[in-house]
Unconditional design. Sequence first.
Length: 285
Amino acid sequence: MRQEQEKELKLMAAKVRRWVIEGVYRANSGHPGGSLSCADIITYLYGAEMRVDPANEKDPDRDRFVLSKGHCAPALYAALGLRGFFDVNEMKNLRKIDSFLQGHPCIAMTPGIDMSTGSLGQGISAAVGMALAGKIDKRDYNVFSVLGDGEMQEGEVWEALMSAAHYKLDNLCAFLDNNGLQIDGKVDDVMSLGDIEAKTKAFGWNTMVIDGHDLNQIEAAVESFKAHKGEGKPFFVICKTHKGMGVSFMYDNPGFHGKAPNDEEYKIAVSELDAAIEKAAGEVN
């Protein structure tokens, strides 16, 4: 990755995290922990990789994105706003009754959303359908999806993985936000997933394990996915991440899976994230 691009993406990721906190705080509701852990993945996809155009959001040849862990919509909304699909200041209206930014992505309400999600397991299943449609229609678009590791306890996820391999969907790339925590605590304690890398490989996917906060590693995973197109295998990227990344008191804290910060916590989070934005902006300039 070019050094200047990396700096620009780091700035975008810091802004995504800042808007996550702003939106969830103002709503006094939402899911900050997982939104912060997947922010770098979504930032890379919308900031560097995906063929999307806010001026032509329904372009049939656009790349598709499905947030399978739909409760982490704040990160997706922030990226879409920063990418120009709508005024990012709309994040201040997150979850309000008359807002088009609801608690989970809604294709009928929000510009740039490719699939309504929320019920865990259904998003990756829809992404499989989109990838299959691309193959049938002989379209050249790619489909990207982000799942949660708690979500992978859902049987529907494994049916989707099996289907993607069966139909040789090498135009599908799934990212696992593997932060190790879910609403009830550690994933390993609630329902261990075992060796995810071995399992996804056994299900017929090409699989990589990366640091999900390292933009260069995210880029390398996407480039590897594209390099393997034509081999007939979908691509699975296990991203080692930290819940609450970027905010000290949320870091690796399952208590902030679905909890908004209070006034004092908000001030601390804003201070930390504004400092991160200032640092990143200084490096860009």
